[in-house]
Design a protein around this ligand. Structure first.
Ligand code: URA
Length: 221
């Protein structure tokens, strides 16, 4: 893995190439050692999608599956996201999907057991932030959707509660239209199938507001 033997921890900002493209950023991020998470992670999981995407979705950090595959939202939470996007008529290939932290933070795992996701620390979120800012500077989305409390609080402020503030557009300098909703993994954590169904419905409703906005903007263009 590139850079794995170096003892020098360069800040992320020193790695970001000037006038970067998404492939250039991805290549640079593969060498990132801006915090300690790279030491236990398999690889950097950079954002995925078109530089022309109108919508950017931001999650927390890659999970077990994403860490192995190197793609954001490739695991169970990604499947919930894909179903919800499809229901509102948004094609995943038309959105850019990324995370506030680009390495998997995990603990435990006896041999052959699943590694347990741990929430990233504020220092790790801050160290990783220049990558997200660089992605947003290239994509310049019309709509930014924060998936879950970690992304919402990192990008919109500690006061944000996804349960209370979900599904409404809020003022932000990050994009013309910014919204937070729950993380798709919260749908999976529902205690029973009736709750899961209801939570999925609410998640889809939040995404529908974005689909409607895109449609209005297309009609007005
Ligand atoms: N959860 C996230 O927040 N991001 C991923 O990429 C996968 C799961």
């Amino acid at each position: 893995m590139p850079g794995k033997n170096s003892d020098i921890q360069l800040p992320v900002s020193a790695l970001i190439p000037p006038n970067a493209t998404l492939p250039g950023l991805r290549e640079a991020a593969a060498k990132c050692q801006g915090c300690d998470l790279w030491k236990k992670a398999t690889q950097t999981v950079f954002g995925e999608g078109s530089g022309n995407a109108k919508v950017v979705l931001v999650g927390e950090q890659p999970g077990d599956r994403e860490d192995r595959e190197g793609r954001p939202f490739a695991g169970p939470a990604g499947r919930i996201l894909d179903v919800a996007l499809r229901e509102v008529g948004i094609d995943r290939s038309d959105v850019y999907v990324t995370n506030v932290v680009k390495h998997f933070r995990w603990q435990g795992a006896a041999p052959g057991k699943r590694r347990i996701h741990k929430k990233p620390r504020a220092s790790e979120i801050n160290a990783c932030r220049p990558w997200l800012d660089a992605e947003l500077a290239v994509v310049r989305p019309q709509v930014l959707l924060c998936l879950g409390a970690t992304a919402a609080q990192a990008l919109l402020g500690r006061h944000v509660s996804v349960n209370q503030d979900r599904g409404r557009f809020v003022e932000s300098s990050l994009a013309p239209h910014v919204m937070a909703t729950v993380h798709p993994s919260s749908v999976l954590r529902s205690p029973d199938s009736a709750t899961r169904h209801a939570e999925m419905k609410r998640f889809v409703q939040d995404l529908k507001r974005i689909a409607d906005l895109l449609q209005e903007e297309r009609a007005a263009a």
